[in-house]
Design a protein around this ligand. Structure first.
Ligand code: PNS
Length: 165
């Protein structure tokens, strides 16, 4: 008897914090897999505005209505996390040509380490193509308007956080 393979995808990133660009990729990628795991990198060497737990919580808050999306943290090699989760595909978003070199290098390195794991790219929606977590933090720190750039549910969390620094 043939068993149907469950397709699991991993969308990895720092998500410091989640932007509307990330959320758009999550929504679209969730339609391509039985389960989409948003993998949030724990990297103690990299200084982040939001703690690991906070980043996971912000994403969960914005995705809890999408039944097949799970948010989990990972550390170490991405491909090891992908294998541990029995996933076969890494999903990344591409905004502009400037993202391409870094993304290509990363996809090739992951392919070199783990030839069975594929990376697929979704083009960021044109309206989100200028968004980055670092610019959003910068705008928020200086009191600018971040509404429409990040999900409504986390706008106040971001303002509250930047006020503390
Ligand atoms: O949102 P980001 O910071 O662009 O995401 C980068 C991320 C987390 C996907 C990348 O840094 C990563 O996979 N780190 C885990 C370490 C790893 O696997 N390195 C080898 C491949 S580059």
């Amino acid at each position: 008897m043939e068993t149907k393979k469950s397709r699991i995808g991993v969308y990895p990133g720092s998500f410091d914090p989640l932007t509307n660009g990330h959320l758009d990729i999550i929504i679209r990628a969730s339609g391509l897999f039985d389960t989409l795991i948003v993998g949030v990198l724990r990297n103690d060497a990299k200084k982040t505005l939001f703690s690991m737990e906070e980043r996971v919580e912000l994403i969960a808050k914005c995705t809890n209505d999408i039944a097949n999306v799970k948010v989990e943290m990972f550390e170490g090699l991405l491909v090891d996390f992908v294998k541990e989760k029995k996933a076969g595909t890494i999903v990344r978003g591409l905004r502009a040509v400037s993202d391409y070199e870094y993304e290509l290098q990363m996809a090739m390195m992951n392919k070199h380490i783990s030839p069975d794991i594929e990376t697929i790219f979704l083009m960021t929606d044109i309206n989100n193509s200028f968004l980055s977590s670092s610019m959003i933090k910068d705008v928020a720190v200086h009191g600018g308007n971040i509404r429409g750039l990040v999900p409504d549910a986390i706008v106040e969390d971001i303002y509250r956080k930047v006020k503390k620094i």
